[in-house]
Design a protein around this ligand. Sequence first.
Ligand code: G4P
Ligand code: NA
Ligand code: NA
Length: 188
Amino acid sequence: MKLLKERIMRDGKCFEGGILKVDSFINHQMDPILMKSIAVEFVRRFASTDINKIITIEASGIAPAIMTGYLLELPVVFAKKKKPVTMENMLTTTVYSFTKNRNYDICVSKDFLRKGDHVLFIDDFLANGNAAKGIIDLVNQAGATLAGMGFIIEKAFQHGGEYLRNAGVRVESLAIIDSLDNCEIKIR
Ligand code: G4P
Ligand code: NA
Ligand code: NA
């Protein structure tokens, strides 16, 4: 997606350890016009796919997910990172975050992820794919079907995309970063 790649090259900042900061338009301040274009592109790429619900993880996935859900006129459910007081009726799984070097739980109500659902997962970043693996686990627990996964930015030097595609998941990433070595952004 040309517009997105240009924006990353212009405003993205490279940090030690292969981290791309996009705080001025995705992760802190958000650009709704760009976010709408991102959603239009997700809709185009998944046009022929049977989807009845969008799923994401709080917090940064919510913006692209709600825009996509708005365009498709479909509900958007976000997996929560904080366990609710009562865990009954919740599906949960544990995700390892390599950026934070710790485990966290994500959960979603059985009321909002069910057998028969065809869900599209939308998120901001695909790195090692641990969050995505957590979503696959929740989808499987629910007996739902994963229709595909759409990411704004995929970091190809971490191997989440490779893992997911090899597992047969339809993955669409709007910008693919091949390298952030020497703090230089190399975009495909
Ligand atoms: P993984 O799911 O692909 O394995 O990645 P990881 O555990 O490292 O992701 C942890 C968090 O860091 C996620 O957000 C993810 O979106 C984000 N992330 C991963 N790589 C980058 C990067 O290069 N730049 C930026 N800006 N974010 C990255 P999160 O902690 O769940 O936070 P939230 O922002 O969604 O609340
Ligand atoms: Na995220
Ligand atoms: Na994030």
